[in-house]
Design a protein around this ligand. Sequence first.
Ligand code: NAI
Length: 386
Amino acid sequence: MDRKLKMGMVGGGPGAFIGDVHRKAARLDGKIDIVAGAFDIDPKKSRAMGQELCIDKNRTYNDVQSMIDGELALPADERIDFVSVCTPNHTHFPIAKAFLEAGFNVMCEKPMTLTVEEAEELKTIVQKSKKVFGLMHNYTAYPMVKLAKDMVKDGDIGKVRKVIVQYPQGWLARATEKEGNQQASWRTDPKKSGIAGCIGDIGTHAANLAEYITGLTIREVAADLTTFVKGRRLDDDGNCLLRFSKGAKGLLHASQVSIGQENNLAIWIHGEDGSLEWHQEHPNWLYVDKLGEPTQIWKRGNDYVGERSEAAGRATRLPFGHPEAFLEAFANNYCNFADTILAKEAKRKPTDLEKDFPGVKEGVIGMKFIKAVVESSNNNAEWTKL
Ligand code: NAI
């Protein structure tokens, strides 16, 4: 590492959820410092957050445009290297676009945009800008997920036949949005969340996880979305059949009304010779089954994991038995994102390991997934291409 990267943030104000996770994760390995931000839609709250983070008053901005103007007015070596966009969905596109066009690298929250059209446009902007763009699908950054990906790629379970992926939560089982819950209120508002609720918010994570591990692409969906909570304007539950490339089949279910479920993202991948199973709430273990053999449990932090998968080894910080989880997964995406920026700066090609973080391509796929699922559900679960 030649130097630390300077991070700016949009969103993540007082009481916000994911911005704080980004800040902690980005700083975990000492490669990144946070030096600027427009942290809240309310300038007063943005300043309060800047103060809490001990950020230079002159670099705590009231809004996105003053942040871009302020940073561009600084000498080039003092400006932020990248911005993290941690705001509600409807603002991702304009904010990411503005920073890319002003010459900054961007790490953006998911879903990437509000529509497929915006996603395609952002892809063109990223390509033109030659800047690095990351999308925070954090679940693919767990070491045991990377191990699973390498096992599938190397044929350990043979040709993939079937994928079952689930992401049930229960926190929206009641109309929490009517009780002033900040996170629930914009997530259930189509103007801010997009055409989907639950399926966009967490279904996209499940779809991204399935594609990442298997290397397959979801080609068609047959989906049944429901809004169980009276008066809610977007789906809070979804069940989808999936048809992948290369003939694999799958099931994806996501829910925010499954009482008792917290963040129970889990995946089962069945191949011709074996199966893999991983649970986000127990992320340090990967279950491996081979036909006619007892179940193996591969445990993170053991030398055999790093020897089997370089990506898993690289994504591991602690020895076995000391759990790593959510924050470390975000940090893994930040490490690879930062290394890719630094590689470009050093005028060398980033390695495949450094490039192993989701970006604009996955963002476009996510938006196409949402659109196809909603269309299918509106047509009585008719098979719909992505
Ligand atoms: P939140 O409601 O807790 O926080 C949003 C923050 O953005 C607030 O501080 C708000 O004031 C600020 N904000 C809104 N518009 C702004 C603007 N124009 N300029 C500056 N600040 C602005 O929302 P939450 O839950 O943190 O979600 C934010 C994003 O992160 C969403 O897109 C969501 O889908 C994504 N997310 C991703 C997760 C993951 O696991 N990757 C988990 C949770 C959220």
